[in-house]
Ligand binder design. Sequence first.
Ligand SMILES: Nc1nc2c(ncn2[C@@H]2O[C@H](COP(=O)(O)OP(=O)(O)OP(=O)(O)O)[C@@H](O)[C@H]2O)c(=O)[nH]1
Length: 197
Amino acid sequence: MSFHVMLLGDSAVGKTCILVRFKDGAFLGGNFIATVGIDFRNKVVTVDNMKVKLQMWDTAGQERFRSVTHAYYRDAQALLLLYDITRKSSFDNIRAWLTEIYEYAQKDVVIMLLGNKSDMAAERVITHEEGEKLAKEYGVPFMETSAKTGVNVELAFHAIARELKHRNIQQPHEPKFKIHDYIESEKQKSNCCGGIM
Ligand SMILES: Nc1nc2c(ncn2[C@@H]2O[C@H](COP(=O)(O)OP(=O)(O)OP(=O)(O)O)[C@@H](O)[C@H]2O)c(=O)[nH]1
């Protein structure tokens, strides 16, 4: 089973770093190198003893690459939409990103909103509540992540993989998978450490 997951959001919000953290368990610190066009990475995760391959598309946030990335929206089953909790403009632009998503993506695409760089507490300008409120307005799941510490990165991708797997194969006896409930229960489990690493 294989799915396309696309990462979207303004330039420098941390899309490449989130992917590298998830795939390689490392943080890409140092000089920022903007993605050109689109980049690809694969990772296989296990959901209920089943292998689920996530083909992840890392898009360039810079405006000049928009026409390149638009072409990929249609083939994505899930979209991770990121902003940077230390940069207000990246949060304000989320509405515009969602407008693009509604224009170019599949109608039933799974969308998740991520407030990244949660490790930068001193520079924070967008509260957790503001992120949550916006996500609620659009009916999408939300969490804050950090590519630097790894907080909630695994959880975000595993929640997406589970949702996609359950949409594809729903056993007759199985209760319907609810992504919001799954995220909340996984967060509770790891409350002691501030999130899933
Ligand atoms: N402190 C901290 N820095 C981060 C985090 N995620 C990314 N960064 C830094 O933010 C900068 C941009 O990260 P990228 O992952 O390259 O951003 P991007 O969204 O892929 O940017 P584009 O390719 O232009 O769209 C880099 O300098 C990263 O080191 C994070 O969670 N915490």
